[in-house]
Write a protein that binds this ligand. Structure first.
Ligand code: MF3
Ligand code: CO
Length: 266
């Protein structure tokens, strides 16, 4: 696991500030009639104008600055000209910034789920619960804590009310979007037998002081089962139920966490 110097942490905070600004602009742009491709362009322009670069673009040949996942799409929704928001939809937006642009840059990654116009109580509750999962997981999180406690707290909080996706993970971040350690957002003890042993081992890692991680609960109204769509990216719930995603980048310190993409700086 990498830890970063003061200059790099300064760049990480600047990166997080740009990402927060991008979400402010995106939240305002989320309206009936807008396409997810238009949202992608809005985010990209904002990030570049602030001296950053969209760090998803080019990652594993991904062609966009955001992932935009609508209703039963859970994560990695590919922006499309013909995916137009309508009243009552929910949309999960996932975005990453590298700052400054280029090799020395530091990455931040965050996701939010927004409602479009008037949404159902069921949708609103899902969005709230997903965000609460993040806060439940970060309460009392600090250096010396075992990675597995993050997902254990999320799963205990959910208590079977929702499906928690267990085939995608949080992650370390910094010089690259994905770094060690692996961060399960679910309780690895409940993983299917084939994967359980390996996951328990990875969840036993102890977080060192100064490590930078992303925690990103992915919560479904129905079951946890998801599958990738025909475009090779968009991940959908198998039962067609609504899905939400909430993510922040944070630094783990001795006695607290610094949630960079919420503007909580040390
Ligand atoms: N935010 C995603 C994650 O946390 C990254 C999206 S994949 C990309 O892993 F290809 F779009 F970058
Ligand atoms: Co992430």
């Amino acid at each position: 696991m990498k830890v970063y110097n003061q200059e790099q942490l300064g760049n990480l905070r600047a990166s997080g500030r740009i990402l927060r600004g991008a979400f402010e602009v995106l939240e305002k742009a989320v309206k009936a009639g807008v396409s997810t491709l238009e949202l992608d362009k809005i985010a990209e322009q904002y990030i570049i104008q602030k001296g950053g670069e969209p760090c998803f673009k080019g990652y594993q040949n991904y062609g966009f600055s955001i992932c935009a996942s609508v209703n039963e799409e859970s994560i990695h929704g590919m922006p499309r000209k013909d995916k137009v928001l309508k009243d009552g939809d929910i949309i999960s937006l996932d975005c990453g910034v590298r700052y400054p642009k280029g090799k020395k840059g530091m990455c931040t990654d965050a996701a939010r789920t927004y409602g479009v116009g008037k949404i159902s109580n069921k949708a609103r509750q899902l969005i709230e619960v997903c965000e609460q999962c993040f806060h439940v997981a970060t309460k009392d999180l600090r250096a010396g804590v075992r990675v597995g406690t993050i997902g254990e707290k999320i799963e205990a909080f959910i208590g079977g009310r929702y499906g928690i996706i267990d085939t995608y993970f949080g992650h370390g971040i910094g010089e690259n979007v994905h770094e060690d350690p692996l961060i399960p957002n679910f309780n690895v003890a409940n993983a299917d037998e084939k994967r359980r042993e390996k996951l328990i081992e990875r969840a036993s890692v102890i977080l060192p002081e100064g490590v930078v991680i992303c925690i990103e609960p992915m919560i479904n109204c129905g079951t946890k089962e998801v599958k990738t769509g025909k475009d090779g990216w968009t991940v959908n719930t198998v039962d067609g139920e609504l899905a939400a995603h909430y993510e922040n980048t944070l630094i783990v310190w001795k006695d607290r966490v610094e949630i960079v993409t919420l503007g909580q700086y040390l």
